[in-house]
Design a protein around this ligand. Structure first.
Ligand code: 1HE
Length: 265
């Protein structure tokens, strides 16, 4: 019998499976184009908060023809200002658990990646686009505003001007365009995203955990610091990482020619 800890119970809009040390989290509501209701957002928060200790990376994918149609618009009931703030806070809290959680997250994007779906994708650490992917922020035409951290994460990924254009004009960008401006860093043929994502997630899960921690938690903070503070924090993080026994063992393996060299991919 396996001693591996199971994942937490999830709503039917989400499904999780294990692939070795990778957890695959699937948006699983394709009949509603993986629109994200409150239950799904709470499920995402719970999933990332309670990942078993032996999971080293998460692969985030969408079932069906689209990654996600964003906010479930049927839940856009009359909210007063404080309820609206609380609703956005629910998304912030869940996506914070992705970006600043325990392990790196690889997202595979295909079909519609719009509104809150794009905000969700922006919280991942590595993004892969299948050629079917397209991106939009239709909030302007719906009379709402991004609320899942999009104003913070997306300008850092794609620039303020591009995000303004998307929100004001409702334009969409193709997978190729998103790849060209850095929203994604891998572009694959339709249907090939899962295999590519799993390959990358497995490689990430094999890294030294402390290095993955530094990349997730220190790097984005250092990038926001003034240079003098950044150099100081980088020096500390680098010293902490290299002093770890796992790092020492990995270096020894390389120096004694037991691990592969860097090769062209
Ligand atoms: C939905 C949603 C949704 C689909 N909430 N139910 N997001 C949007 O403005 C995108 C709205 N959706 C679309 O533009 C299209 O559905 C798609 C381009 C994504 C897909 O088109 P298609 O032709 O494949 O599907 P469909 O026929 O439009 O939709 C299938 C069903 O999903 C249908 O329900 P049915 O009961 O008639 O079968 C749709 O109503 C339902 N559906 N999208 C609820 N979003 C934290 S703030 C974030 C703010 C935002 O995310 S704003 C962006 C909202």
């Amino acid at each position: 019998m396996s001693s591996r800890k199971p994942f937490v119970a999830l709503p039917t809009s989400l499904a999780a499976e294990r692939r070795g040390s990778v957890a695959v989290l699937k948006l699983n509501r394709s009949h509603k184009r993986n629109a994200l209701d409150d239950e799904a957002i709470r499920g995402i928060e719970t999933f990332f908060s309670a990942l078993p200790d032996d999971i080293g990376a998460v692969l985030l994918v969408g079932e069906g023809e689209h990654f996600s149609a964003g906010l479930d618009l049927t839940e856009l009931e009359e909210r007063d200002v404080s309820q609206g703030i609380a609703h956005s806070g629910l998304w912030h809290s869940a996506f914070e658990k992705i970006q600043f959680g325990k392990v790196p997250v690889v997202a595979v994007l295909h079909g519609a990646v719009v509104g809150g779906g794009l905000e969700l994708a922006a919280a991942a650490h590595v993004r892969i686009a299948e050629r079917s992917a397209y991106y939009a922020l239709p909030e302007g035409s719906r009379g709402i505003y991004v609320g899942g951290g999009g104003s913070v994460r997306l300008p850092r990924l794609i620039g303020v001007a591009r995000m303004m254009d998307m929100m004001l004009t409702g334009r969409t960008y193709s997978a190729e365009e998103g790849q060209a401006f850095g929203l994604t860093t891998y572009l694959v043929e339709p249907g090939k995203g899962f295999a590519k994502g799993l390959e990358l997630a497995q490689r990430i899960a094999g890294n030294a955990p402390l290095t993955n921690f530094a990349v997730m938690h220190a790097l984005p903070r250092i990038a926001e610091m003034d240079p003098a503070s950044g150099y100081a924090v980088e020096a500390l993080m680098s010293a902490i990482a290299q002093a770890d026994p796992d790092a020492k063992a990995r270096l020894k393996d390389f120096l004694e020619k037991r691990t592969p060299k860097v090769t062209r991919s």
